[in-house]
Write a protein that binds this ligand. Sequence first.
Ligand SMILES: Cc1cc2nc3c(=O)[nH]c(=O)nc-3n(C[C@H](O)[C@H](O)[C@H](O)COP(=O)(O)O)c2cc1C
Length: 262
Amino acid sequence: MTTEEVEELPAMYARSAAHAKDAGFSGVQIHAGHGWLLSQFLSPLFNHRSDGYGGSVEARSRIVLAVIQGVRRAVGPSYPVGIRINSTDKMEGGLTEDDALEVVRLLDQTSLDLIDLSGGTYFLGAKAASDSSSPGPYFVEFARRAKSVTRVPVMATGGFKKREQAIDAVASGAVDMVGLARAMALDPHLGNTWLREEGGDPDFPIFESAPPSGITDWFIMRLAALGEDREEAFDLDVPTAMQQFEGRTKFHAALWREALLR
Ligand SMILES: Cc1cc2nc3c(=O)[nH]c(=O)nc-3n(C[C@H](O)[C@H](O)[C@H](O)COP(=O)(O)O)c2cc1C
């Protein structure tokens, strides 16, 4: 991207945020994690720029701060604006936890209402945040460090599977709230379920020797079933989910190509 192209970004993000607000969403989250565009600016592995947007952590964060400002201006002072950043890219040469802590220090000086800490990168051969089958939440200890350098509320997303884990993370002071993805895909009422002590935890399926991307594909197909109100009948195994996901992607890609290249 040229410097001029980079400078167009804040207005683009601002326009999207304004659309979301107009459409009735109760808040927006700027995505600066998981290897997407702003995440690539933050990451020394991807960002080799020699203009003002590359180099030190401050310079790599510059476009992110400009986007926050643009979004805030577009949605007004009292509309909730959060951000998701990586606590680590989980890639050699990528954003480290020490770098990410510096980013949090810079975010503290902004009008943000929430910092959501995640990790991982959607990139060939890299680990995504939803690829792990670890038994516990992933980013809580980093969140604890982050909370010590900011007054902005901090959330950690990744690996919460049990009510007790969520309670521990909040009660220990590491986070102000927890983010849930796969657990909510299994039980979309989980927020309410966990308000009750006897609410119980979702049953995470056990995937024998499934490739990591296959597990994400399975959850994507599960979300699609939820969206179409047919989750009661959802019982795909991983290979079938992968096959259906591939077909769905091809179908959508054709639609998009037709709509965008017209
Ligand atoms: C099917 C699926 C789709 C996802 N899509 C997105 C996405 O569009 N944007 C995003 O930031 N994270 C996305 N994620 C990652 C989740 O937000 C979350 O960071 C990750 O799954 C770890 O949290 P969990 O352990 O609660 O699932 C997705 C995860 C899954 C399983």
